[in-house]
Design a protein around this ligand. Structure first.
Ligand SMILES: *Cc1c(COP(=O)(O)O)cnc(C)c1O
Length: 429
């Protein structure tokens, strides 16, 4: 709700009266939906609180370990908290997992052996996984170790290709990798319920296939996680949802004990596994970020829904659309011109708590065929649970944005994006 005082604050921060007037109605229409998001956050908050209480989390768990990191009870207890929240047997939650890609690499490499085959029944995986698996040639890929890859695309309507999956499964199929979020691809994000249907089908073909879910961007968007519907492994990044914006680095692998252990032997060494790995004083932050995560995720989704509705009203194509259910925190807005995506990203940058004074510019990036513009003013480098946006400068000129440590910051960022488009004469209000 806008009070006169709030209005004046927004104006002082550079948002025009017309932008504010345009946004008010949209926000008012979303209040009921936002309440439902609050309910999900409330449920997940209790789930995390219970796991922390059950595991008697205490001051002692926040102490730093060094060297080998033997007997790091803070680390071991945090892993049990994760396992409990995911209703799983075990977890590996480590600052030594350097990113989501690394966590996925460790989970895959730890559980696959030469001659095994990976199946992706949901189409092409996230870009960085192409190199890991060896879909595109890459030094050190799983392909170099004699691990093969099969892929079954989703049907044009976004459904699973049951026949295709059935015929792709063969005696060498060892692991199915299921990506929950669409990431930056054009396909629907999978609800946990749909992931459950897929896992059930795969297990019917062969119960020994390890079902691994790439859970990036999906944690705490719903009240259940893939491990609640049969996933053997669930993997993600701590500088996305479950780090709550506080984790400065790290990743997690949660699931069945045997498979988590296999991953641990790959992360550290055969014979060492989970027993080593100093946490250097990061434990308190990892607990605290996990504790805050449901609230942070809910704010980010509010921002995504708000943006979808505002930009839809302006006539732009948005994915997901303004009314769809949400299964991850990513929002795509197709703005139709290079000028518009640049203005959008400038708005997100100008709204940031860090580096708000810099101007993002399109730039050639390794691994991209065209220039890319990125906006991020983050406390943690590359953190995409913090408000951030990026867009390849090519038709149809779609900007992807996600995050926001608080709903109010996400809202301000989106208003600022509108403001920049308005100032550039690209939208009429
Ligand atoms: C972000 C992401 C990854 C990779 O994570 P990084 O931390 O960027 O390496 C993998 N899969 C999906 C779906 C993601 O969103």
């Amino acid at each position: 709700m806008f009070t006169e005082e709030l209005f004046q604050s927004y104006k002082a921060m550079g948002i025009d009266q017309k932008v504010l007037d345009f946004s008010i109605e949209t926000e008012n229409q979303l209040l009921e939906r936002f309440r439902k998001l609050d309910d999900i956050a409330e449920f997940n908050q209790l789930k995390i609180l219970k796991a922390m209480q059950d595991n008697r989390v205490s001051d002692i768990h926040f102490a730093a370990t060094t060297g080998y990191g033997y007997n790091d009870i803070g680390r071991d207890t945090l892993e049990q908290v994760y396992a409990d929240v995911f209703h799983a047997e075990d977890a590996l939650v480590r600052p030594q997992l350097m990113s989501g890609t690394h966590a996925l690499t460790v989970a895959l490499a730890g559980n696959l052996r030469p001659g095994d085959e990976i199946l992706s029944p949901v189409g092409k995986p996230y870009d960085t996984l192409e190199g890991v698996i060896g879909i595109t040639e890459s030094k050190g890929s799983l392909a170099e170790y004699g691990i093969t890859y099969a892929q079954v695309d989703l049907l044009p309507d976004g459904g699973f290709d049951w026949d295709g999956i059935k015929s792709a499964i063969n005696p060498r199929t060892k692991l199915a990798t299921i990506q929950r979020s669409k990431g930056y691809a054009e396909r629907p994000t999978l609800s946990v319920e749909r992931i459950g249907e897929l896992i059930r089908f795969i297990k019917e073909q062969n119960p020994n296939i390890i079902c691994m879910v790439d859970n990036c961007y999906g944690e705490f968007v719903e009240t259940i996680e893939p491990t609640d519907v049969g996933a053997d492994l669930c993997v993600g990044s701590l500088i996305k949802n479950p780090g709550g914006g506080l984790a400065p680095t790290g990743g997690y692998i949660v699931g069945r004990r045997e498979y988590v252990e296999n991953a641990a032997y790959r992360l550290s060494s055969p014979g060492l596994g989970k027993e080593v790995g100093a946490t250097l004083g990061l434990n308190a932050t990892l607990y605290q970020g996990f504790f805050l995560s449901p609230q942070v995720v809910s704010g980010a989704i509010k921002g995504a829904i708000y943006a979808a509705n505002l930009y839809e009203r302006l006539g732009y194509s948005v994915l997901p659309n303004g009314t769809e259910e949400r299964y991850d925190i990513i929002q795509a807005v197709t703005l139709g011109s290079a000028e518009a995506v640049i203005a959008f990203c400038k708005g997100i940058q100008a709204a940031a708590p860090v580096d708000s004074y810099v101007t993002p510019e399109p730039w050639a990036m390794p691994g991209y065929q065209c220039e890319v513009i990125m906006a991020a003013g983050a406390f943690v480098q590359g953190s995409s649970i913090e408000l951030s946006a990026d867009a390849p400068i090519k038709p149809p000129y779609t900007v992807f944005f996600q995050g926001g440590l608080t709903w109010h910051h996400a809202k301000f960022g989106i208003l600022m994006s509108l403001q920049k488009l308005y100032e550039a004469g690209l939208i009429k209000l």
